[in-house]
Design a protein around this ligand. Structure first.
Ligand code: PLP
Length: 282
């Protein structure tokens, strides 16, 4: 497939980056993942706004204007052999001639490529997924979407090693988010979401879920969620651009929820997914 690297469109297999690139040496960069449905980038403006926030947060000037990003995105989407895609954008602080921590005066590295979108399987939709909980050992600016994903990767692999799909992170007794998702819970019919702060990524799907809850009059509260509330929830969902709204039905080996619905996707989450799909398809 075609990718974009520093002003040029070229085959992904031909793209070359210096080993002195600060993305490689220091994870000094920010990224975005935008889902593409039928060659339409979903919530593109929101993703580009978050990229700007991440770049501002790491003091890296955005090398492209919104219109330039949109042109790059359109061209990559068009060149791909598949219609549903997962589009990736990354900006790093470029390649210096030496390895030195302070910012160099070099141009940034700008990279974009697209892959076929992997959507949740029918089985995942029907049964939900299993998750484990882990302590959130990440840094204090998890609101920035930087490429420094080592703690996320380790947490995610621990979930996979346990036969699960996602890790749900707990910081000082409170739910933060998943290793690659935001987490919502439902208790007594009320959707609960942790408030945006420096300990979680402000998810574009998180925002859309809260917008849809408000639009359809679903009871919801944005407030800190304790680990105890998570463990005793009626429903737990993970949300992300590629997973949309996906039920977590097993947590640390225990079924999520109570009564007949325990261990199965619950009604509030099914309704939210229906609203989400309607919105996406309109
Ligand atoms: N939290 C983390 C750590 C993520 O990596 C992601 C992205 O996949 C999300 C949350 C969800 O963000 P979004 O809904 O914008 O995809």
């Amino acid at each position: 497939t075609t990718c974009y690297l520093n002003g040029q469109f070229l085959p992904l297999s031909a793209a070359r980056i210096s080993p002195l690139d600060r993305g490689f040496l220091f994870a000094d960069g920010a990224y975005e993942v935008i889902p593409v449905y039928s060659r339409y980038p979903f919530r593109c403006e929101e993703h580009l706004r978050r990229l700007q926030d991440s770049l501002d947060g790491i003091r890296l000037a955005n090398p492209l204007s919104i219109a330039q990003w949109q042109a790059v995105i359109a061209q990559i989407i068009e060149a791909a052999p598949f219609a549903d895609q997962s589009l990736y954008l990354q900006v790093t602080r470029g390649a210096d001639t030496k390895r030195d921590q302070p910012f160099p005066a070099v141009p940034p590295t700008v990279f974009a490529f697209t892959a076929a979108l992997t959507r949740p399987s029918d089985e995942m939709r029907r049964s939900g997924i299993a998750a484990i909980t882990l302590p959130d050992i990440r840094w204090g600016r998890c609101d920035l979407k930087t490429v420094a994903l080592l703690p996320n990767i380790l947490a995610r692999q621990q979930a996979v090693d346990a036969g699960c799909t996602e890790s749900i992170l707990i910081r000082e007794g409170f739910l933060t988010e998943g290793s690659a998702s935001n987490i919502f819970i439902v208790r007594k019919g009320i959707i609960l979401a942790p408030p945006k702060d420096h300990h979680m990524l402000p998810g574009t799907t998180y925002d859309l879920v809260l917008e849809l809850a408000a639009r359809h009059g679903a009871a919801h509260e944005v407030r800190p969620v304790t680990e105890a509330e998570l463990r005793d929830a009626d429903e737990v969902w993970m949300t992300s651009s590629t997973k949309e709204v996906l039920a977590v039905t097993t947590l640390d080996g225990q079924p999520v929820g109570h009564g007949a619905d325990a261990g199965r996707p619950g009604p509030v989450g099914r309704q939210m997914l229906a609203w989400y799909v309607d919105f996406r398809e309109q």
